[in-house]
Design a protein around this ligand. Sequence first.
Ligand code: C2O
Ligand code: CU
Ligand code: CU
Length: 560
Amino acid sequence: MSEFNESRRRFLMQSGLGVAGLTALPSLAKAMEGMGGMKHSADVEMPKLTPTKASPNFHPDVEIDLFAKPTTIPILDGSKTSILKYTAKLVKGPKETITDIPNSYLGSIIRLQKGQKVRINFYNGLSVPTVTHWHGLHVPQIMDGHPMYSIDSGEVRVYEFEVMNRASMNIYHTHQHGATAKQLYLGLVSAIIVNDSEEAALDLPSGEFEVPLVIQDKQFDSDNQLIYSSMMKNKMTGFTGDKILVNGFPNFKLDVASRAYRLRVMNGSTSRIYKLAWEDGMPITVIGVDGGLLEQPEVKPYIMLAPGERLDVWADFSGRNEGTELTLKSLAFAGVLPKMAEMKHRGALPVGSEYPICTIRVTKKVSETHKLPMQLSKFKHHEISDTTNSTNPLPIGISEAPMSMLINGRAYEFNNPLPFERVKLGSTQLIEIFHAHGNMTMDDNTKANEHEKHESGGEKKMGGMGMMGGGMMDLSMAHPIHLHGQSFEIASRSISGDTTAYDTVKDGFINSGLKDTVLIMPMERIKIIKPFHDFKGLFLYHCHNLEHEDMGMMREFSVE
Ligand code: C2O
Ligand code: CU
Ligand code: CU
């Protein structure tokens, strides 16, 4: 029995539903399909499964108690701010497994080694249900933090998995159904860094010379309390704050010696997209992305970083004098928001405006030099010809309409995959991400419909697709699309139409590494190659603009 069937069986026993009851489980979203755009992700019925317990046959190398709790912390001058915080305590394993950032709301940073067996006892100390997802880690469905595994206040869920990932920076964050954005914004996020022997052999800057930079934006009221508004206009574009925080601190300053550093950058914002650049024009040297080290470093004038994406940056401050400062900025760009929203000056810190992120201060002159390795890693590349569907890519068709952000014309439904969302275990699939709204060509519409026909042998139509076109306003915007499970490779990107806005971001993408989140700009099409190996079950894919995710811009692959 697969793990999913196992959990399903437990759910059935617990809920008293028979098998017939489950297959008929009509999600409310589906029932409401006839009502136009009124589908809301939060309306989906999610089973409530019994939390998993520690298994006696699993012998962990590392065991961690992880708590999610409300607390208060000083962030700005004056009153402390109420936040939600992850705190990890080491039960067993090497002491460098857990690092806390003193006085930060950001959760403990967890450092794991490839091959380690890890047990995490997760305690929900909030007053509401929550669940934790290990974004980027390749783990079985039941350990992936799918919202069906949410636990109530006071409950404990035990996660047990082996670290299969190569060296990389991953994220752990809440995935509570319909509340991911808000819970993450209030603090439930941090980093899991994985190390391996390939990386160790490179002797990259480590210890105090390897620095995480988690970038977030927040809004505070006059009493220093966090503001999170879920008004519809914020749901469409995503909620943005007017203050940038790095590792939990406003006006973050990093004191460095004049030598090379490894900066582990994460966009931990709910929706804000950054165009990162050094203030003095020094190019950004990227040595890794979401899924770990690149094969060779890439040097870029700036880097686009969308929510959920990570960046491994080689920053060499050698030759700089003591007392000098260097700002990491977000530069001006266009095109990521719907034209209407972009025209209105939204808030004090509009997305796409220019502003500082943090400041590096050289406080010590040293003569130490660390050379950037030209060959960083080697990994197995997949070609389009390795995929099982090289001429018939699985579609991820994005459509935007007022009140609903959809994928392939559908909002999220629990355990109700379309025929092409059923994927064979062990296969490697070609997936095409594209915009399926007003700009959708006849060709796309036919293609998506045909795909479904082809797969199901039936006449089923793509719900809602093709209805969004016509005279509707142009709501197309950029979306960071994230797929759970194994990392993917980017096979191609193409853009059609007026590229004026795109030209302001086009040099900021890294396509050579292993990814789990990719930013698709309006009018862009991206083909990715994604392996579905090792684990059967339901694996989410969704927009990592978390307001979009919560609106239902999320689907599941059922790996069978
Ligand atoms: Cu970072 Cu499904 O999430
Ligand atoms: Cu994820
Ligand atoms: Cu989106």
